[in-house]
Design a protein around this ligand. Sequence first.
Ligand SMILES: NS(=O)(=O)c1ccc(NC(=O)CN2C(=O)C=CC2=O)cc1
Ligand SMILES: [Zn+2]
Length: 249
Amino acid sequence: TCHQWGYGEEDGPSAWHNDYPIAQGNRQSPIDIVPTETVYDASLAPIMLSYDLCTSVNISNNGHSVVVEFDDVDDRTAIRGGPLENAYRLKQFHFHWGGKGCHGSEHTVSGKTYASELHLVHWNSAKYKTFGEAAAAPDGLAVLGVFLEGSTADFRGFSPKCLLPNSLNYWTYPGSLTTPPLHESVTWIVLKEPILVSEKQVGKPPAVATDGEVPNAVVQRRGGGQKRMENNFRPPQPLKGRKVRASFN
Ligand SMILES: NS(=O)(=O)c1ccc(NC(=O)CN2C(=O)C=CC2=O)cc1
Ligand SMILES: [Zn+2]
């Protein structure tokens, strides 16, 4: 289709506005979160995550990330509370990462980048019938962002709960999808505490690619050449007067 986008020189974030003019909209994500400029809002409720009965259905490489999709036929697996008016149903989670160093997160904290960022994507099933419909509505989605420090995550007996830090202190702001179609439909909830993942939690990864990298998903590059999927993060976007609220003092 005409809407081929990526993270390279020609098709990367600085070119997305050509096919997706909303890229220059007023509530784009990610952003740089500056803690001293956030506003503590005591009326913000704690977030509640019910991930115990989650049923993952598949894991796939969509050419932009590795995505784990869930069965979203009911609200068993949902996020509630926080800035949200009702339950939002878990649809999928995926990651953004860098190449070698500590770059890879999409949100930054006073300019600090993390090695990776996990996004748990939920949709407002109380107001909309499908994910696609919700994805285009201003209050349609809620994405929980979790920073990852380090390079390997423990995936034994996997449940999204094991990818969460001890504290659920968060920042929240109105934003967008961070990849095309860049819909301005996301209530972002970004946890302050990163999760720490390290080699020693999982021992040596089963297969280490020749250049010592943990094998990334590979993507078919136009012209048939295989290219490593890495640096799939969009840089911070203008705040445009938006308020970032903190659930903690
Ligand atoms: N990185 S993020 O903001 O969490 C992010 C999260 C999700 C999507 N895209 C989708 O869910 C694709 N999609 C639509 O836009 C409508 C139906 C559908 O599957 C893009 C970005
Ligand atoms: Zn994402």
